[in-house]
Design a protein. Sequence first.
Length: 447
Amino acid sequence: MQTQETPTTLLSNASEPVSPLQANKPVLQIWGHQPLQGQVRISGAKNSALVLMAGALLASEGCRLRNVPALADIASMGEILLALGVKLQRDGDALDIDASHLKHYQAPYELVSQLRASFFAIGPLLARLGIAKVPLPGGCAIGARPVELHVRGLQALGADVQIEHGVVTAYTRKLRGARIYLDYPSVGATETLMMAATLAEGETLIENAAQEPEVVDLANFCRAMGAKIRGAGTNTISIVGVPRLHGADYQIIPDRIEAGTFLLAGAITQSEISLAPVIPDHLTPVIAKLQAMGARIINDSANTLRIIPADVHTGTDIETFPYPGFPTDMQALFMTLLAVSEGDSLVTETVFENRFGHVPELNRMGADIRLKGSHAFIRGVPFLSGAPVVATDLRAAAALVLAGLAAEGQTTIQGLHHLDRGYENLEGKLRQLGAKLQRVSTNPSTV
């Protein structure tokens, strides 16, 4: 087992350039119209891994997380934990986190500003140490994601919370259970408050809680550490505080968004591909929309799905909602498939107001998409044409990769630092299926 010295090397894919500030920014070149075939392995869920890494701060003993994906965001969270005095070791896809001697309560601004998920640390730090100082978070620029729900919830648990100069500071002598109603079923607020409540005195009820699989995964991890949590996966979660949490060895769920991405890769390239491991129930809205468009999704085993695309996919309407509704993280990817499907489609984004950054780039490739407020009107076209495009956020980057796979000619994608935040070895997995693509370092002035 190797001691964690340089988290960017050990927690992310060091063979792939990830920094957008390099002198020669990498671009992804894709030659489209290549059929895909075979089976692809789905990595651990990014959004689970990040919050479980923060959750390990609750334990007075070491924890091991398995199925941790090698991503830039995981590297960033690792740096934040190291800055808090936590010991990390990476062993393949397993990550050992030892917060038994947690002393530091202030997360560094230069790290937190790059990663929204880093704000998750405030709940565990407050519960363990009685104090936390965490800067307001960063991440993809896809819309307002305020932390007011987190703050109001922590105040309900008995914390004194102040926000000054972009830093959230929380103090408490002892967190106490409370009844908390969330105005919106925020995943981040649900997870932050659930973690804080595990060590609070008495019972906490979180009403209108988020129901996402990643919330359930966090609850299961906390239970493995000795927490008393009921109701995760429903809109009401009950947490009875305990004096301390012990270590645990826990496997992270598969990434449902990566699984959905590969299902769409099969559909848009007219290719039959299989993916495993997956939890089919986590993909219910994605599977339903693909079936409505004419594709067939086969359960080859309990954790294996296979897509058989339609000869011609038909348009459909999509509206994003919190889970179990259609996931906002799949909106951009489905829009790419709808762009080359027969007929007209309407996509309505209700979760994030700035999540249409991919539309001008798809139109550059020949798509016919018009925007009006939170609605995108799509008229299907026979084909897309390769073009130079720029990714504006993580899922927009993946959507442009799908477009490049389907397009005639060569597509060149800039902004790969977004892609590296959320997909483990996406290019390698696509090449294994038969795609023709490569990442190259190119002088920005020549792109």
